[in-house]
Design a protein around this ligand. Structure first.
Ligand SMILES: Nc1nc2c(ncn2[C@@H]2O[C@H](COP(=O)(O)OP(=O)(O)OP(=O)(O)O)[C@@H](O)[C@H]2O)c(=O)[nH]1
Ligand SMILES: [Mg+2]
Length: 388
């Protein structure tokens, strides 16, 4: 039997993109915003850290609001940064009191602005924490906030023989002091931070990607309250496997729903019944990758994507690739196609997220990532044949 050519005009199917937009905004509001407080003196490298971990400099975007002297709040939809200056030398108010006042102001703000984790930043070439640092870390702890002590601008060197990275001597001394901290009178003191991490965002020549940042995101996630963890996974841009993990059940759910929708096989011509299911899935995945597709792509472009995915692609590939398979889509095919669509969309989102594809070109790029239907069909056939 010969394949029938697809009549022209199949592309002109009208797909409603509302499911995409709805699912996307619902997912966004469910995941919410992750709020990080960064405390540290001027020039210690706070903004560079935010940039390296979250892939954006909110301060530059200019969304900062001067909340109170020494405290600024920058945010976009998935991330909020409380940028808190270190202790102001010469101030009449003691450092602990000053920070306590800042925390009180913050605690009176809206719920979606509340701090989850604190990075307390100090330059790694200091020899110890100051009394002011310790007083402030104590206030943060009293407020119930988990503090990561971040020693910044570590000037690692590489052993030319072993290739191992070596911490400079002054940093080693600082770490040794932190192990058994003592005050000016050699009295042991308690400093209630939860972790200490060494970081750099570039080498001393201002080049390279930095080090210690993977550990910083891992520990930040570990210390985040349970219900803020997904928000952090979304806001950060260093760890892509976390996002893939989050997308996995979304794809599985959509594939299941598609199978249910095709429990009574649907004619290929009506394949668009799967469109809302797939668009919902895509909207959710876009939220996981923190893509502002709805604001950056015109509504028309999203609708067009929907057509490409569900209408055109489905109809074309099916009629072409399964000669004699009939003109209906059963549960198994619907499931496999939706899963493959999800995988293709995930890869596309990941590339946009990492800046490898221009958002303007998403519609064009889709063709390249759309599920390879032939592969899907082959897999299904293999599975069927493998069954005893
Ligand atoms: N060598 C080195 N330089 C760094 C590193 N991180 C930041 N810098 C440099 O240090 C300077 C200050 O960095 P920022 O990230 O702006 O510091 P900040 O704490 O945000 O400073 P303020 O916003 O002014 O309080 C910049 O010139 C950075 O290029 C690092 O890991 N290593
Ligand atoms: Mg800054």
């Amino acid at each position: 039997m010969k394949n029938e050519p697809i009549p022209e005009g199949t592309d002109a199917l009208v797909i409603d993109d509302a499911p995409f937009i709805e699912a996307n905004s619902q997912a966004k509001s469910r995941y919410g915003r992750f709020n990080l407080a960064i405390v540290g003196g001027t020039g210690v490298g706070k903004s560079s850290l935010v940039n390296a971990v979250f892939g954006r400099d909110l301060a530059k975007v200019g969304l900062g609001l001067p909340v109170t002297r020494g405290v600024q709040y920058y945010h976009d939809s998935s991330l909020g940064i409380w940028d808190i200056e270190g202790f102001e030398i010469g101030s009449a108010i003691p450092p602990g009191e000053q920070l306590k006042a800042h925390l009180k102001v913050i605690s009176e703000r809206a719920r979606d602005q509340q701090i989850s984790v604190v990075w307390y930043c100090v330059k790694s070439n200091e020899d110890r924490l100051t009394a002011a640092d310790i007083a402030m870390i104590r206030e943060l702890d009293v407020a119930g906030l988990p503090v990561i002590l971040v020693l910044t601008k570590v000037d690692w060197t590489k052993n030319p023989v072993t290739g191992k990275r070596v911490v400079p001597g002054d940093v080693k001394k600082f770490l040794a002091w932190l192990e058994i901290p003592i005050d000016e009178n050699d009295e042991p003191i308690d400093i209630p931070y939860r972790r200490v991490l060494l970081t750099s965002t570039r080498d001393k020549h201002g080049k390279g990607k930095g080090h210690g940042l993977g550990e910083l995101v891992a520990e930040t996630l570990a210390l985040s309250p349970e219900d803020e963890k997904d928000a952090f996974r979304i806001a950060q841009r260093l760890n892509l496997p976390w996002k893939r993990e989050m997308a996995r059940p979304v794809i599985a759910a959509a594939a299941g729903a598609a199978a249910a929708a095709a429990a009574v096989p649907v004619p290929v011509a009506d394949a668009t019944v799967l469109a809302p299911i797939q668009l919902t899935m895509m909207g959710r995945i876009a939220a996981i990758y923190d893509l502002e597709l709805t604001t950056m792509l015109s509504t028309g472009a999203i609708a067009q994507l929907g057509v490409q995915i569900t209408g055109q692609a489905l109809a074309r590939s099916f009629l072409k690739l399964i000669p004699g398979a009939g003109s209906v889509i059963g549960a198994g095919v619907a499931l496999a196609l939706t899963a493959a669509t999800g995988q293709g969309w995930l890869q596309l989102c990941e590339r946009v997220h990492t800046g490898k594809i221009d958002l303007d070109k998403v519609s064009e790029s889709w063709g390249h990532y759309a599920p390879n239907f032939l592969t899907v069909i082959r897999k299904m056939t293999e599975q069927r044949m493998a069954k005893p």
